[in-house]
Design a protein around this ligand. Structure first.
Ligand code: UDP
Length: 323
């Protein structure tokens, strides 16, 4: 099976490419390397360095490749940045994604697997969050992803393009080879581990006055290998669908801090600072649909194991991918 995978030099895309290649899929990675890393492109994949905004080129390469599926990881994904620069998010995550959907239709691709997000739900009234919960994003990042879910829905109805919108909760963890290396880093787990590595003096905890048991935000951390597994399963879904992907258990920022302290044996000093704009207090997935319809079974149910996988990756990549 031939898969056209955008964002394969990025965090989740690289892990998914590796997962598919290990299982005998033919993978073409398409990435502009603006935020991705060439070292994260699995050498077994064919690699195309190009940008999704070059519509003609994109349509040409997708048509030529005769792909069975498109997996679309390439996107900007920082809530805070999206609040400062919404145009960047709507241009890349929506306009460029439409180019890709058009290319998939032109290339007669059967299945489109889209990296969507829990941020499409905004501040949910009920947790765990089911797929049909109301979607009212509270930041442009979430809105850009929701808009593209809707585009796919119409493309499925009009062109018969089957799609799966996989709404990741908090992607975390590393494989043996690939891990998280953002510049600047804004995500909680890598930042805590940078403190443990001695690269930062302390961590900042964004707000402890939320309506949660310890006052810090609650998230559902899901390992990237479990996300990769869901992508493979989504290829075989009989029809289009939306799937929330998380472990179903939520951990607060303080609980993650405590777990990181245990895993690393480092005190990881931390200071509470004001809230970060755009952060919902509580995001926990109900993933029953993915389990039942896709046969998805996440293997990493425990935040300790997830953080350990990152700590282990840092042994071989203490500075991420940079030399
Ligand atoms: N967070 C924090 N300090 C940091 C980074 C993140 O307190 O240096 C909090 C953030 O406010 C959120 C949670 O950790 O409540 C997870 O944030 P992250 O950026 O990792 O993922 P997001 O939920 O934004 O996708």
């Amino acid at each position: 099976m031939r898969v056209f995978l955008t964002g394969g030099a990025g965090y989740i895309g690289s892990a998914c490419a590796e997962y598919l290649l290990d299982r005998g899929y033919e993978v073409t990675v398409f990435d502009d390397l603006i935020t991705g890393h060439i070292e994260a492109v699995d050498p077994r994949a064919k690699f195309i360095k190009a940008n999704l905004s070059d519509r003609e080129n994109l349509i040409k390469v997708v048509k030529e490749g005769k792909y069975d599926a498109v997996m679309h990881f390439a996107a900007f994904s920082l809530v805070g940045e999206s609040m400062k620069n919404p145009s960047k998010y709507f241009n890349n995550n929506l306009a460029n994604a439409i180019n890709l959907a058009d290319a998939a239709v032109a290339g007669e691709v059967k299945t489109f697997v889209f990296s969507s997000t829990a941020a499409t739900f905004g501040e949910p009234k009920e947790v765990p969050i089911k797929e049909d919960a109301p979607q009212h994003p509270i930041n442009p990042y979430g809105e850009s992803k929701l808009c593209f879910e809707k585009v796919l829905n119409w493309y499925s109805r009009i062109y018969g393009l089957k799609y799966a919108a996989l709404r990741y909760f908090n992607a975390a963890g590393a494989t043996g080879k690939y891990g998280e290396d953002h510049n600047p880093e804004t995500h909680l787990i890598p930042i805590l581990l940078q403190v443990a590595q001695g690269k930062r003096e302390k961590a900042l905890l964004f707000g402890d006055d939320y309506d949660t048991p310890d006052g810090t935000c609650i998230r559902d951390y899901i390992h990237i290998l479990d996300l990769a597994q869901a992508h493979e399963k989504a290829l075989f879904a009989p029809k289009s669908g939306h799937y929330n992907l998380g472990t179903g258990s939520g951990l607060s920022v303080k609980q993650i801090l405590d777990t990181a302290r245990k895993v690393t044996g480092h005190p990881i000093p931390a200071e509470v600072v004001p809230r970060r704009p755009g952060d919902p207090p509580r995001l926990i997935a109900c993933s029953d649909r993915a389990r039942q319809e896709l046969g998805w079974e996440p293997k990493f149910e425990d935040a300790g194991a997830i953080i350990e996988s990152v700590w282990k990756w840092l042994e071989t990549h203490p500075n991420g991918y940079s030399k």
